[in-house]
Write a protein that binds this ligand. Sequence first.
Ligand SMILES: C[S@@+](CC[C@H](N)C(=O)[O-])C[C@H]1O[C@@H](n2cnc3c(N)ncnc32)[C@H](O)[C@@H]1O
Length: 365
Amino acid sequence: MMCEGNKIARPLDGVLGFDHHESDDFPGKDHAHHSLVSGMQALNGYDSLHAFHCFEQCRHQFGDIANINYFMAIALIRMNRLVEAAALLQPFIALPHPQPNIKRLWDFLNHSDITHSSGCVQSESAQQTKHYFGVSLLTPTTLANIATSYELWNEILSFHKLLATDEYIEYVDNFYRQSMKRFGKYWHYMDISNVLYASSKILQPERYLEIGVRRGRSVCVVSRGCPTVDIYAFDMWAPDYAGMPNPGPDFVQSELVRHGHQGKIIFTNGDSHHTLPEFFKQNPGLIFDLITVDGDHSEQGAWDDLKMVVPHLSPGGILVFDDISHPAHPYLRQVWRKIMEMYPFLSGYEYTEKGYGVAFAIRQD
Ligand SMILES: C[S@@+](CC[C@H](N)C(=O)[O-])C[C@H]1O[C@@H](n2cnc3c(N)ncnc32)[C@H](O)[C@@H]1O
C-alpha cells in the first residue's frame, strides 16, 4: 500500500477507478480489491474462467466499473465468448475518443464471421438458393489458412500449457513456441490441435463426436473453440496407452470443467467397433457438426471407424483424422484416401509436411 497524505492508496485503485470516489473508505472495498488482484493474477496465468469469476465478484460489489468490464472482456475473448466480450466493450466505443486498441478489438469482434457462424458456414441466402457448389461456404484451404494463422496459434498458445500434459505435449508445446518465435506469421504447420480449434471456432458446433479421447487434450481444444458444444466421447481407455496413464472419463470431465466447458459430455466406454454401431442403432438420426477419428490406429480399425461415422456428419460439417503420416501407421494415409473416394461429398485436405500428419474433410452436401 502507498500513503498519500492521510489517505491510503493501493496500487490497483486507479484500475478500479477509486480515485474518482469522494471517500476512500466504504464497506467491501477490501474485498473488491482482493478479487481484482486475484483476477489479474488469474488473467496473467491464463486461467481465464477464474479471472472472469473474480472480476464478476468485483463488479458485484461496485456495479459497472468500465475498467473491470475491459478485463472481463479479455477473459471472455480467451474463452472464445466473443459476443459477450463485444457487448462489454461497447461502452468504451461510445466514448468521444475511444482508445484505438479497444476500438480495433471491438471492430474485429463485430465484423468477424467467426463470431456469428453456427453449425455450418452457410451463405447468407442459404435458405432460398440452389446450392450449385454445396451448402458450405468453407473450403478446405480456407480452413487450413485459418488453422495456420498467426492469430490462431497465439490463441492456442494462450491455453496450450494448461492442457493435460505429458512428455509428447511438452515437446510439441516447445516446438510450437520455438517455431512461432523463429518464423512468426510465416510459420505454416498443422496438427490435430490447430485443425480442431479452427474448426470448432468457425462452426460453433452443436454436437461433437470423438473416437479416441485419452487424457482429453482434443476435446478440451474443441471446447475452447466452442464452450457450449455437447461432446460425445468414445474410448476404451486402454491402460498406459503410448506409455502414458489413461485415467478415463472422470479425469477427462474434470479437465473439461477446468477449461470452462459448458455443454454436455456423454461418455461411451468400450471398443468403438462394438459401441459405435450400437450407439447409432439407438440414435439413428443423430448427426454431428464435427467428428474426430483418433482411436484404433490399425488399418481395419481406422477404416471401420471412419466408415461408421461419415454418414452421421452434418452437411457443412468437418471430419478430422489424425496421424496420417505417423511412421508407426504408414497405411493410414491410404485408408483416408479410400474414404475420400468412397464418399465424393467430402472435400478433403491432407497435411504431411512435418510431425505425424493430419487430414480433414468438409461435407459439401
Ligand atoms: C491417440 S489416443 C487419442 C488422443 C486424443 N485424441 C488426444 O488428442 O489426446 C487414442 C485413444 O484411443 C483409444 N482407443 C484405441 N482403440 C480403441 C477402440 N477400438 N475403441 C475405443 N477406443 C480406442 C485409446 O484408449 C486411446 O485413449
